[in-house]
Design a protein around this ligand. Structure first.
Ligand code: KG4
Ligand code: ZN
Length: 342
């Protein structure tokens, strides 16, 4: 069975193709055939964030050529099934991928399967690291921050917690803008932080008080604390150490994310933690996750950076698991669900 995955929830138009190999004694697995991504990230840079209308237009221009490239790379004419992200994501952006998926499903007479973007971030790791045991997943990107409990990729995922305000990557982008580091700011902030002292400034750790929900996050407080700190330095005529601010902010975010993820593993008795989303490229989130997982005897699984960001292969891989699990196809009338939870 060959599955094509279509992803258009944010600023990446992704088309991936996998072949499902059913296992005999062990669980089946998806094998990568093609992975094509067109990104409109450069078009958003001068606005300092993703502009939904620009993203939708870019998807419209990219979707057919990206599908063509993926089919050529996989050496196939048509897949046996199409899996498509219906949410969560930007409403107009999702519509483009879903309209394309429906059109091709109808034209090729192949079944269509509606997918949740978040499950894709977890499923994609199986391409590199094999079948997924029960796990906790920490997803951090410019659009989402979620802590999930996955028992089986073919089954519904349980959301343990999410951000109450900014996504973690969004907070990185906003703080980077405050420090004049450009957009997307996460990588630039990470680089600046490497030269700084992460203990220089004690920025607050949001949602870690005794009365806070155990697995939810909040990053607007730390972002405001950075803004206040920089303002105060400027008012007092004190030079701001960009490197120290970046390192201390990064430490505050990485600390909360990894603390809650490892705590969730302990609470649920799960010994595998999976990271996903573009912001898991962050060096401190990775190193702290490694340190804390090693100390708690948890296996840490992190896909290659290219597959941590949005792509079509993650949707194809999730689709293959869901189809192999016996799911029924979605009707061609299936709607997008921008605010979809898991
Ligand atoms: O998954 P992604 O490519 O797109 C979505 O947001 O869906 O993630 C991009 C986000 C941006 O906010 C970017 O600043 C952040 O991930 N990011 C990082 C790093 N690399 C990317 N944040 C912190 N440190 C990094 N090294
Ligand atoms: Zn994503």
């Amino acid at each position: 069975m060959i599955v094509m995955g279509i992803e258009s929830s944010c600023d990446e138009t992704g088309v991936g193709i996998v072949r499902w190999e059913p296992g005999t004694d062990e669980p089946g697995r998806a094998v990568l055939l093609a992975d094509e991504v067109a990104s409109s990230v450069d078009e958003h840079a001068r606005f300092g964030g993703v502009v939904p209308e620009i993203a939708s237009r870019a998807h419209l221009e990219a979707i057919v050529p990206t599908m063509r490239r993926a089919r050529a790379a996989a050496g196939i004419d048509r897949p046996d099934a199409i899996a498509v992200t219906i949410g969560p994501g930007l409403a107009g952006a999702l519509l483009v991928g879903v309209a394309a998926a429906k059109s091709y499903a109808l034209a090729w007479d192949v079944p269509l399967y509606a997918m949740n973007h978040l499950g894709g971030h977890v499923a994609v790791d199986t391409l590199e690291h094999g079948p997924m045991p029960e796990c906790v997943a920490l997803l951090v990107s410019g659009g989402h921050t979620h802590l999930l409990h996955v028992t089986d990729l073919a089954e519904p995922i349980v959301e343990l917690g999410t951000t109450l305000d900014d996504a973690a990557g969004e907070a990185f982008d906003k703080v980077a803008r405050l420090l004049d580091l450009g957009f997307p700011g996460g990588p630039a902030l990470d680089e600046a932080a490497a030269r700084g002292d992460r203990e220089a400034i004690a920025f607050p750790r949001g949602m870690t008080g005794p009365r806070d929900a155990r697995y939810d996050f909040s990053f607007s407080g730390v972002k405001t604390a950075v803004a206040r700190y920089v303002e105060k330095c400027r008012r007092d005529g004190v030079e701001v150490s960009i490197a120290d601010v970046a390192a201390s902010f990064q430490e505050a975010v990485a600390d909360v994310l990894t603390f809650k993820a490892v705590r969730a593993c302990g609470d649920l008795g799960v010994d595998t933690l999976v990271l996903g989303g573009g912001a898991t490229a962050n060096s401190r989130i990775r190193s702290l996750a490694q340190e804390r997982c090693a100390a708690a005897d948890i296996t840490l699984r992190v896909p290659t950076p290219r597959r941590c960001t949005d792509n079509g292969v993650m949707i194809a891989t999730l689709g293959a698991h869901v189809i192999a699990g016996g799911a029924q196809p979605s009707p061609l009338t299936v709607a997008t669900d921008p605010g979809m939870s898991v």
